[in-house]
Design a protein around this ligand. Structure first.
Ligand code: C2E
Ligand code: CA
Ligand code: CA
Ligand code: CA
Length: 276
């Protein structure tokens, strides 16, 4: 009836209003997140698949707000990107991650690589490479212990020339990894044309690797091609023993996922490093 239609419309409006106000609230939270200390970092360890030792860890941004509680990066990163606030937040997490890794080196732990996610918005900022350079100098982290994670779709859709950007980064001495590989639109051939150190096979592939022969074949081809051009392979989102067995058989180099560890607070990562 007419009534239901009207109710539906009112409900739709209310949902939209709620969403708008939640986005507006998140935007306000992001604006002051650094000064209010509501943004912090968790680190997820990455393991060498054959020695089971930690070779690195990925820095993942977290927000905890007194009113909204924990907000997922899947929700706040797009808002940070649209508003441009990712420029400041991205620089903040890079400095945080470099400072933390430098402190681990100073404490005498076996050197590890810290990897930091880089947004498309950051890549297209003219000062991006010099910003990375300044942060490295300021924190004294030797560049080979920093890896920048850039997604396949960022590289393909970027306004700036990917090859030039990547070689500028390589000139700084930092590592570059191609994140979420397999979800973008690039061809396998594209891989051989860009200078990268590491490739991360996306979780969506890893999910089915022990159940689906086709996905297993694709993973196999990706790993072999990567190795033929001296690129290391990380499998992300590994949750089960069966996935680990397949990845080992296919000579994957590094694994990251809940099977080993969730993202950890710095203190918990330090405890883990002490006990392994
Ligand atoms: P991503 O770069 O693909 O990061 C991996 C995501 O998978 C993380 O989610 C991690 O917690 C989760 N994960 C790791 N292992 C497992 C597993 O075994 N099972 C499952 N179900 N999940 C696993 P998170 O931390 O929620 O981050 C989501 C996305 O937000 C990231 O995806 C990345 O694209 C973005 N993000 C997070 N931090 C930053 C940041 O500092 N800067 C930028 N630009 N993006 C970030
Ligand atoms: Ca990543
Ligand atoms: Ca990823
Ligand atoms: Ca992913």
């Amino acid at each position: 009836s007419k009534d239901t239609g009207k109710n539906k419309f009112t409900m739709f409006c209310r949902n939209m209003e709620e969403e708008l106000s939640r986005n507006a609230q998140i935007l306000e939270i992001l604006r002051s997140a650094i000064s209010s200390k509501e943004v912090y970092v968790k680190y997820q360890p990455q393991y060498n698949i054959s020695t089971n030792t930690i070779t690195g860890f990925e820095a993942l941004m977290r927000i905890n707000n007194s009113k909204l509680g924990n907000i997922s990066p899947a929700e706040f990163i797009p808002i940070a990107e649209e508003s441009g606030l990712i420029i400041g937040l991205g620089e903040w997490i890079l400095r945080e991650a470099c400072t933390f890794n430098k402190s681990l080196l100073d404490q005498g732990f076996t050197p590890c690589i810290v990897s930091v996610n880089i947004s498309t918005v950051q890549i297209n900022h003219p000062d991006f490479v010099s910003m990375v350079d300044s942060v490295l100098k300021e924190t004294n982290l030797p560049p080979q212990y920093l890896e920048l994670e850039i997604t396949e779709s960022t590289l393909v859709s970027s306004l700036i020339d990917a090859t030039i950007l990547l070689s500028n980064l390589q000139n700084l001495g930092v590592h570059v990894s191609l994140d979420d590989f397999g979800t973008g639109y690039s061809s396998l051939n594209y891989l051989t044309t860009i200078p990268i150190n590491t490739l991360k096979i996306d979780k969506s592939f890893v999910d089915n690797i022990s159940k689906n022969d086709k996905d297993a074949c694709i993973a196999d081809a990706i790993i072999q091609l990567a190795h033929s051009i001296q690129v290391d392979v990380i499998a992300e989102g590994v949750e089960h023993e069966e996935q680990l067995i397949v990845l080992k058989k296919k000579n994957c180099d590094i694994v990251q996922g809940y099977i080993f560890s969730k993202p950890l607070l710095p203190s918990a990562l330090i405890n883990l490093l002490k006990n392994t």
